[in-house]
Design a protein. Structure first.
Length: 142
């Protein structure tokens, strides 16, 4: 208990020893505080409840904004689809048009989408779409 108290005192004094990441979701960050190294967050819910979308938002905030490594693991969605969603969110571009009728994408949206692809290739983010990953598989990804 005393060690965490010292960390908090150091943070108040401006010599912060508490280092973590924020999810970028204000209400979640308010409840969790910074997510510190070594912390594993598991997001679980029924299918089609927005788990992957939420994780994409967090990964984007961590890798693109905070410039820290991010790993997205999804056993429900292929990595190509996750990558497309990330690019469309950043561009912004209509994911329905990109997925189903890319030839109808307006030139400025295509340019923005292309810029998002280039930018995301440079950030420290990985996507693992292994179905039913084992602990060993998760460790390999980290």
């Amino acid at each position: 208990f005393i060690e965490i108290h010292r960390k908090i005192e150091a943070a108040i004094a401006g010599n912060s020893m508490i280092k973590g990441i924020q999810t970028g979701i204000y209400d979640l960050d308010k409840k969790l505080g910074d997510v510190e190294p070594g912390c594993l967050m598991v997001v679980a819910a029924r299918p089609a409840m927005g788990k992957t979308t939420m994780l994409q938002l967090i990964a984007n905030n961590v890798a693109v904004i905070q410039k820290k490594p991010a790993l997205i693991m999804s056993g429900e969605m292929p990595k190509e689809q996750i990558a497309m969603r990330l690019c469309c969110a950043i561009a912004p571009a209509d994911i329905g048009v990109v997925r189903n009728s890319p030839h109808l994408l307006p030139k400025e949206e295509f340019t923005a989408y292309t810029n998002a692809v280039v930018m995301l290739q440079k950030v420290p983010m990985q996507i693992n779409d292994t179905s039913r990953p084992s602990i060993a598989n998760i460790r390999e990804s980290i």
